[in-house]
Design a protein around this ligand. Sequence first.
Ligand SMILES: O=C(O)CCC(=O)C(=O)O
Ligand SMILES: [Fe+2]
Length: 359
Amino acid sequence: MGDAGLPSYPSIPPFPDDIETAPLITLQLKKLLANDPSEIAALFKCGKELGFFYLNLIGCEQGEKLFYDAQRLLSLEKEFFDLPPEEKAICDRDTLKGANGYYGYKAQGKSVIDAKGTLDKHECYNLKKDDIVGNTEPLDRPQLISDNIDLFRSYATNAQSIISVMLGHFNDQLGLPEGTLQNLHRLHAESGDHVRFLTAPPLPDRRGINAGAHTDFGSLTILFNWLGGLQVQLPGRTDWTYVRPVPGCAIVNLGDAMVKFSAGLLRSNLHQVVNPPGAQANERRYSLVYFSRPEDTVPLQRLKGGLIDLQPQSDVPEEGLTSKEWILKRGLANKVTPDWTPQKFLESRGTEGDRLASN
Ligand SMILES: O=C(O)CCC(=O)C(=O)O
Ligand SMILES: [Fe+2]
């Protein structure tokens, strides 16, 4: 039994009670699955206002399965990062065949977190949904990952199905033709969806940023973290506010694709990750993320119909990159390479570009 009274939840030092935390709304997955009208309205409001919310997974079979799979994946994640470097090198993103330089393992300090060129403080491993569910040939990976592929499959298919329910509600609230958003995110179509393992050691001075300010590139993100450190920039503010991890809840946020599809009606909020606060500061931090993204060939531009047609038209023509092009543009521009420039980094920013520029 862990801290939260939930079986298999890890024992961890408490998140401090004396720091400001972001007022994220808690939505009940159980109610969203049951098409509860007030929960659906609350989901839409969260999407328009902060773009981040807690999703309580307890109380329904699908949610509890996701929650308990996430706890098992946390143990696996710790084992993965403890593998010797030569094992992790099997799936190094810079040499991994078929990874486009993006999927696979990234060692600490291999990307930059700001335009000054500051190096990141985290390690991560991105395992593609297409790989997990058999849409494409598996990329090379350590045996540990292959041995646990059933757990990844259970987790990814369940996450994708929960995301599809939420996309359906956004679709209907936006007044789009039935099934529009869900049909741009089909499980068996190739996309940039992936499961991410992410870890960072405690920083030497217990301060500082381990993942820089960003918005997520895709549609919806389901995030599990156990220690604090995630921070959001609340609307109208330029400082950063911690998001308290809540046992039994995932943190869900909208990405840039939702902003583009909805012509700015929905919000993809800036966030960053710093060293855990208070009594948690000496701990290694882990997170587990499911990123959903539109299918590879989908152009990232405003959809037609419903409330979107009432959004202002921009004078600047839309770039209209496909989902795959957008991910690679954003995902590769922060790599430490000989030709990295601050300009390249700035040009690769997401829909938050204007907000960052105004800070
Ligand atoms: O580790 C976290 O809490 C957030 C991670 C994140 O924002 C990301 O991987 O995009
Ligand atoms: Fe993120």
